[in-house]
Design a protein around this ligand. Structure first.
Ligand code: DGP
Length: 114
């Protein structure tokens, strides 16, 4: 989508600090980190949110969950981590391109970002 910030990051129009990339997804550091390690993992295909996941496009979601553990190991996160995805305005989704926040590097309480 031409006006989507994350599509522009995928296309290289907006710079980002990439930590992982393959043909289906990209992981980069969040601009406004809520933990010592806070990355966003996004599909390269534009999907608005979990609300727009279907049987046809859900393969990339499974793929993302298979790459997250290796990314966090590479980043030295050994004590556990949290995966969050916001869906829609009430949940605080500000970028309408499916993204998984992956947070680690500190002990987190039971609030959205600890
Ligand atoms: P959410 O509130 O779930 O939609 O989270 C969007 C996240 O995206 C938020 O934590 C900040 C991050 N973000 C927004 N714009 C940019 C950007 O241009 N670069 C990077 N690296 N992160 C961004």
């Amino acid at each position: 989508m031409s006006d989507c910030i994350f599509c522009k990051i995928i296309g290289g129009e907006i710079p980002s600090t990439k930590v992982y990339e393959d043909d289906k997804c990209l992981a980069f550091r969040d601009l406004d980190p809520k933990a010592p390690t806070h990355i966003l993992v996004i599909p390269k295909e534009h999907i608005q949110s979990v609300d727009a996941v279907t049987l046809e496009n859900s393969g990339v979601v499974a793929h993302i969950f298979t790459v997250i553990p290796g990314i966090m190991r590479e980043l030295g996160i050994t004590g556990g981590y949290r995966v969050i995805t916001n869906i829609g305005a009430d949940a605080g989704q500000t970028v309408p391109h499916l993204h998984f926040h992956v947070l680690g590097g500190k002990e987190m309480g039971w609030s959205p970002a600890g």
